[in-house]
Structure formats: C-alpha cells, structure tokens
Design a protein around this ligand. Structure first.
Ligand code: NAD
Ligand code: TDX
Length: 334
C-alpha cells in the first residue's frame, strides 16, 4: 500500500510515520511537508532511509496532484497548529488549514484515493469546569480561535466533499497530545525545557483550564484503527479520559524534575482562552474496539520528561527563538 502523509515532519505526523514504518512493513510511506518553523526532518531520522521525503506545500495544486495520483491513502496532518500564533497572525492558518485542505480534497476526488483527515476537539469550543458533559460526535461546532475556526472549516470541507462528491473520507477529532518530538512552543515541552534551563514554568492566568491529555502513540493507533475499521463519511472522536488542569500539569513537571512544585510564574492569560476540553470516545471504543495503552498520565509525562532530557540536541535550536516570540507578543509575569 502506498501512503502519503502530509505534515510528517511535525509532532504527531513524525510519530505516526515512525510507528507506521516500525509496525507495517507492507506500507510504502511518502511524507509531504513544507518544513515550516514547526517541521523538523530530524524527527524522521530513525526512519529516514525507509521513507520518501518531499519538501513542498499542500496548497501547491500541481505538486499535490502528482503525489496523490500514485497513492492509495492520504493521511492529512499538515497544519498551522498553535493557538497563540493564530492570535498574532491568522493568515497562514487560513492558507494552510483551509486552502491547503481544499487543494488536497480536489486531488483526492480526481484520483479516487482514500483520505483520512486529522482534526481537533477544539472545533467544539469549550466546556465549563462544572459541566458534566463531554464532547461527542453529535456536539455542534463552536470554535473560539483563528486556529480552531480554520480546523473547523477544513472539517466541513471534508464532510461536504464526502456527501456531494462521494470521496472516501474519515475524520478524527482528537484531544491534546503529548509525547516526544513536540515543538517547544507547546505547553508541556515548553515547561519541561524551561525547567531544564533553570527558568520558571509559565502558567497562563490561574491555570484552572483543563485539557484532556492523550499520548501521541495512542492517538496514532486510533488513526490506523479508523482507517482500517471506520465507515467512510463518518467522524470519530479520539480521547483517553485524561482530563487534568494546567496547574496540576506544571506542578507534576516540577516534581518529576526534582523541583519545588510551587516554583512557577503566572503570566498573561491567552485572549479567549478555552476553559475545558473533554472527549467521550465511546464510539471509537465500542464500534471499532480501540483502547489506549497509556492510562496513567503521570507515568506518560515522566517518560516525556526523560525524552526531552535525553534529546536536548533536538529541541535546543528552537528554544530561544520560541521564548523571544512569547516575550515579543507581550507575555508578562502577573
Ligand atoms: P505541528 O505544528 O507539530 O506540525 C505541523 C507540520 O505541518 C509541520 O511539520 C509543518 O512543517 C507542516 N506544515 C505546515 N504548513 C504546511 C503546508 N502548507 N504544507 C505542508 N506542510 C505544512 O502540528 P501537530 O501538533 O503535529 O498537529 C498535527 C495535526 O494534528 C494538525 O492537523 C492538528 O490540527 C492536529 N491535532 C493536534 C493536536 C495536538 O495536541 N498537537 C491535537 C488534535 C489534533
Ligand atoms: O506557556 C504556556 N502556558 C500555558 O498555561 C502555554 C504554551 C500554554 N498554556 C496553556 C494554554 C492551554 O490551556 O496550556 C494549555 C495547553 O496549551 P497548548 O499546548 O498551546 O495547547 P492548546 O491550545 O490546548 O491546543 C493543543 O491541543 C489541541 C494543540 O496545540 C492544538 O494543535 C490541538 O488542536
């Protein structure tokens, strides 16, 4: 089987490519990635000689058409993925997440290729802390940020292309991922690498916001489960019952690194900051039989801390530019 992975040099895509190459020798993998600030070929180093890598843009219609013509399956991870960046400059989010997805869909329909679309639970907006509800496949879309609204737009394009043109597409909306190879702009790697650098972790506002954490390997196994057992035209939510508030995450990172758990700074809150995400993955579990392997967030986080400690050469080149960007955006200690 010939597989095209977009965004395969990013966090989740690179883990997906590594898992696929290791576990599925019958799959020939081509990665299409623009290598934006978020892409890093080093994340593919362990499998580099067993894949084809194409540097290019998913909004380049000629390139996309050529690559998809010779492919059986496309898994689409490529995106602008960081909420804070989308607040500073939304334009690349519209271009990559909306126009880029549209460009892929047009080639998918022309060549009749199976398509899996990677999306986020943020399309559903947020929940109150005391709301017993969790997101399901029936929850109405209500995105808050430029990032999540462009992801919601791309999901709606996929649904329309499936219904109107009959493309064979599935969609997954997953909760917050953690694990190796995540860019140091994101919450967990930012705080781990801050502590390793002797800098106090930065918590937005009071840190009461809740995210539903899932290990990236569990997300990627769920993606393969949906590709193999899901029904084309359908959406599946992916989550592993991992709700934790941000304050607890920061305190746990400090503890795991042998520091005082109160040794963090409260900084400027994110405008429009979603309060809580929570996934009900009953459909994926009961209809498709998927179960997460990482059930204990603290031990998954400990393994992630160890990975960043052991792989400074991977994250060091991104670190100072990332912190400078946060400072330039006006982040200040409260
Ligand atoms: P990431 O930012 O780490 O990686 C994105 C990759 O896409 C990078 O390698 C980048 O170079 C590439 N890319 C960006 N623009 C491109 C373009 N125009 N053409 C080709 N390549 C381009 O993102 P991630 O965290 O790995 O997220 C991957 C996908 O998963 C995204 O679609 C995101 O919305 C979704 N998702 C992420 C999470 C999470 O917690 N990180 C949760 C749910 C869903
Ligand atoms: O320094 C920080 N301090 C802090 O308190 C950063 C970077 C974040 N935060 C907070 C904001 C969020 O409540 O931590 C939480 C997680 O932040 P991010 O890592 O930026 O993730 P989030 O905004 O929740 O979005 C993530 O999950 C859904 C991914 O970045 C998205 O791509 C995915 O769709």
């Amino acid at each position: 089987m010939k597989l095209l992975v977009t965004g395969g040099a990013g966090f989740i895509g690179a883990n997906f490519v590594q898992q696929t190459v290791d576990e599925r020798p019958d799959v020939e993998v081509t990665v299409l990635d623009a290598l934006t600030y978020a892409g890093n070929v080093e994340s593919l180093a362990p499998v580099r000689d067993r894949i084809e890598f194409v540097q290019g843009d998913i909004a380049d219609a000629d390139l996309v058409d050529r690559l998809i013509a010779g492919t059986d399956l496309v898994v689409h991870f490529a995106a602008e993925s960081h909420n804070d960046n989308s607040l500073n400059d939304p334009s690349p989010f519209v271009r990559t997440n909306v126009i880029g997805t549209f460009t892929l869909l047009e080639a998918i329909r022309k060549h009749g290729v199976r398509y899996h679309h990677i999306s986020t639970d943020e399309v559903y907006g947020d929940l109150e802390l005391d709301d017993p509800a969790r997101f399901t496949e029936a929850t109405p879309y209500n995105p808050s940020s430029p990032y999540s609204s462009t992801k919601a737009s791309s999901d709606l394009l996929v649904r329309a292309w499936a219904r109107s043109f009959g493309i064979s597409a599935t969609i997954s909306n997953c909760s917050n991922n953690y694990g190796p190879y995540q860019h140091v702009e994101k919450f967990i790697p930012r705080q781990i690498t801050n502590v390793l650098d002797g800098v106090r972790p930065k918590l937005y506002g009071q840190g009461l916001n809740v995210r539903d954490w899932i290990h990236v390997d569990d997300h990627n196994r769920a993606v393969w489960t949906i590709i193999e057992r899901g029904t084309p035209g359908e959406t599946y939510l992916i989550g592993a019952d991992g709700e934790v508030d941000n304050r607890t995450v920061v305190r746990t990172i400090l503890e795991l690194l042998g520091k005082d758990p109160d040794d963090f700074d409260a900084v400027t809150d994110r405008p429009g900051h979603d309060m809580r995400y929570a996934i009900d993955a009953t459909r994926l579990r009961t209809e498709l039989g998927w179960e997460p392997r990482y059930r204990d967030f603290r031990s998954g986080l400990a393994a992630t801390v160890d990975w960043y400690r052991a792989n400074e050469q991977w994250w060091r080149p991104q670190k100072s530019a990332t912190e400078q960007a946060y400072a330039a955006a006006g982040e200040t200690v409260l």
